[in-house]
Design a protein around this ligand. Structure first.
Ligand SMILES: *Cc1c(COP(=O)(O)O)cnc(C)c1O
Length: 232
């Protein structure tokens, strides 16, 4: 049965299985983690993927995330998923998010480091890199990554990997940027390479992703910003 924002748990479970099959088909035996991106959808979307066995959720907006967690009721026996913050992060939101976010994937500038380290010493972070040179994409420039990794460590944060959003367009056009991200991850010796979304997850996994972030392929098109789901 569909929930309040049109989420049908049975349909979501089928889509989760489809995405897992797509991941397996590209991963040639490697483990690749699925992060279900629930931005634009309400608590029902989180409950549906959690019930389908997905243990990781991605969220982009501070207020939306906090409201969603307030309204979240998980089916009996289903553990609360890990929350990855993957959206543009404002330093004045770090404190309010500290109790909710388990992994900070969008660290892209030095000014975020002190507020985060103060709120959550040792927090696990990924540095977001703009590998496509598109101005609308977040992330630090590739040649700024080393300094940001060093600064994050100096602040006492745990740098677990790098994250990027692939170039918009046909998936093959994303490949060079995704390959660059993997090269940077390897050079830095980091465990996690977070790349790959609904449209380009195969290419991303071929290029060495350890974690894909999938939204629309699980939940359908997002409501337009501004008509984002009432979560209260
Ligand atoms: C929205 C978003 C995703 C998911 O995108 P889909 O194309 O819906 O799978 C992944 N990563 C980031 C950073 C996003 O903002």
């Amino acid at each position: 049965m569909a929930g309040t924002d049109g989420i049908d748990p049975a349909a979501v479970a089928i889509r989760v299985a489809d995405i897992r099959a797509r991941i397996r088909a590209s991963a040639s035996g490697r483990e690749v983690r699925l992060v279900a991106v629930t931005k634009g959808f309400g608590p029902d979307a989180v409950a549906a993927v959690a019930a389908a066995g997905v243990g990781d959720i991605g969220e982009n907006y501070a207020q939306e995330l906090l409201a969603k967690l307030d309204g979240l009721t998980l089916p009996a026996g289903v553990a609360r998923p890990r929350i990855h913050f993957i959206g543009r992060l404002q330093s004045n939101k770090v404190r309010s998010l500290a109790g909710a976010v388990d992994c900070w994937q969008s660290i892209d500038r030095p000014s975020l480091l002190a507020p985060l380290a103060r709120a959550l010493p040792g927090a696990p972070v990924l540095i977001q890199v703009n590998v496509s040179d598109e101005p609308d994409k977040g992330g630090c420039a590739p040649d700024a990554v080393d300094a940001l990794v060093d600064a994050a460590r100096a602040a006492g944060l745990e740098v677990v990997g790098l994250m990027a959003v692939g170039r918009t367009g046909p998936p093959e056009q994303a490949r060079p940027g995704l390959r660059l991200l993997r090269t940077l991850v390897d050079r830095l010796g980091l465990p996690e390479c977070s790349m790959g979304m609904s449209g380009d997850l195969e290419v991303a996994i071929e290029e060495g992703s350890t974690m894909v972030r999938v939204g629309s392929a699980l939940f359908g098109d997002r409501p337009r910003p501004g008509e984002v789901i009432a979560v209260a």
